[in-house]
Design a protein around this ligand. Structure first.
Ligand code: ADP
Length: 462
């Protein structure tokens, strides 16, 4: 083992290679805009799939009745019901439940996963309290949020292209996920119907728009990441002139697959090579919650292997992939004590009882900061890429008036430093005048109610 200087060198290199000065951000934002255009021009024309959502109408506030939502998108599976009362009464009641997905189901068979979901839904639907009323003779309708890349074929069907975010379930890719769910519901004798299949970003956009007409973009920053926005049908060459009645539609960008101009370190490249999808989801791997902790782990491990980050003791546990999690980085960065107590105890746990001194703790914080700063700033550049595309095509009607970007996801919600870096990057890119019109805010309802609202908008009874 060599000296403290190699720890310093590793840190300096990390900071240098992950730096995102304004010109880099500008390049990323411009490349995002260009990739969006290329994806809208031809199918497969870009890293960005620019998936048609078949959502051509957003909630107006007039929706009424009982609707269900079901959300599969990552570490958890959520079921929800909502009783909508129209413009005056709005959301009369909601109830929801969350079930964590057993790890083995994330790499099991399609039937096992969908049976588990249908079973959770059946259990939840069994107990419908007094505030919820389904008109006689109606089937319960579901908005199904499924946040993996799906090629939609209509509002209520879509083919799974590939699993992401650590899922590798066999037998679903290439199939209609609504059919998979319907078959599982039949096996449970559960009489419900999916009336809208929505990506979680699309659900978040719908949920936020229900309360605020200026919402034009939705971004999810959780385990994974994605963004969608309101597009004019006449700006989608791939549609060959097919217009929706409203003249608009929501485009699911699948921006996690973006890769153009992202500054990558050796740690990112190694993590990517070891991942289940090497070379894919590069933007996601630099900005989303699943990966930030893992990148930091790799840096700290190298500092322990090649330097003396933890003195003479080798932190064996740090060799385990994903043993340091993004919430750990977040907790470390909230520590404002003089001796960095909390940082010390998180490192102690992460290394299985290797003590750290104050200077190692400071280094660990610098590592977290470099990774989180890049993540937040790149996310901000991505948002500007979308806004810029919309503004160019609408002759200034995005930057020139109040425009809301609805944010959702655990990373955005819980990580103040990340949020701050993201917001400041947007301001740097747009300048102070335009940024005053751009409101980036946490979406109140999350994607859950949004999906139920889209089930209402697309109800077979309307
Ligand atoms: P999903 O798994 O569906 O994306 P969420 O939107 O709730 O669910 O996001 C969960 C992710 O958010 C976690 O995987 C983690 O990366 C991140 N996260 C959760 N809590 C925190 C936290 N306290 N600090 C930082 N990141 C967090």
């Amino acid at each position: 083992r060599s000296s403290a200087s190699s720890v310093g060198t590793i840190l300096t290199n990390l900071q240098h290679e992950s730096a995102t000065p304004l010109p880099v951000l500008r390049h990323v934002a411009d490349a995002m805009t260009e990739d969006m255009r290329a994806g809208l021009a031809v199918e497969g024309g870009s890293d960005l799939k620019m998936i048609l959502s078949y959502v051509d109408a957003l909630p107006s506030g007039n929706e009424k009745g009982l609707f269900y939502a079901l959300d599969l998108g990552g570490t958890n599976f959520r079921v929800l019901r909502v009783q909508l009362g129209g413009k005056e009464e709005r959301v009369i009641a909601t109830e929801s439940e969350q079930v964590s997905i057993p790890k083995e189901l994330m790499s099991g068979t399609s039937e096992q996963l969908f049976d588990f979901i249908a079973n959770g839904l059946a259990t939840f639907a069994e107990v419908e309290g007094g505030n919820f009323r389904l008109p006689h003779g109606r089937q319960r309708e579901i908005g199904f949020t499924f946040s993996f890349p799906v090629m939609q074929t209509s509002i209520d069907s879509g083919i799974l292209m590939k699993w992401t975010k650590g899922f590798s379930v066999s037998g679903t890719a290439g199939r209609d996920v609504v059919a998979c769910l319907n078959e599982a519901m039949e096996r449970q004798a559960l009489d419900m119907r999916v009336s809208a299949l929505v990506n979680d970003t699309v659900g978040a956009l719908a949920g936020a728009r229900y309360w605020d007409d200026d919402v034009m973009v939705a971004v999810i920053l959780g385990t994974g990441t994605n963004a969608c926005y309101v597009e004019r049908t006449d700006a989608i060459p791939r549609l060959h002139g097919t217009m929706s009645a409203s003249g608009m539609t929501i485009i699911n960008t699948e921006w996690g697959a973006f890769s153009n101009g992202i500054p990558l370190t050796v740690f990112d490249k190694d993590m990517d090579a070891a991942s289940i999808n090497p070379g894919e989801q590069i933007f996601e791997k630099t900005i989303s919650g699943m990966y930030l902790g893992e990148i930091a782990r790799r840096v700290l491990l190298k500092m322990a292997e090649e330097g003396d980050l933890f003195g003479r003791r080798f932190p064996e546990k740090l060799t385990t992939p994903f043993s340091l999690r993004t919430p750990d980085l977040c907790a470390m960065q909230q520590d404002d004590s003089d001796d960095l107590q909390a940082v010390g105890s998180i490192l102690y746990n992460a290394t299985q009882k290797v003590e750290s001194n104050l200077s190692s703790r400071k280094v660990a914080l610098e590592v977290c900061d470099a990774i989180v700063k890049r993540g937040g700033r790149l996310a901000g550049a991505g948002i500007v890429g979308i806004l810029q595309k919309m503004d160019q095509d609408s002759k200034g009607s995005i930057y020139g008036k109040r425009t809301v970007v609805a944010m959702d996801g655990g990373l955005y919600e819980h990580y103040p430093q990340y949020r701050g870096y993201m917001q400041r990057a947007v301001e740097e890119l747009l300048g102070s005048e335009i940024s005053r019109n751009i409101v980036i805010e946490h979406s109140k309802d999350g994607s859950g109610i949004g999906a139920a609202l889209l089930a209402a908008t697309n109800s077979k009874y309307e």
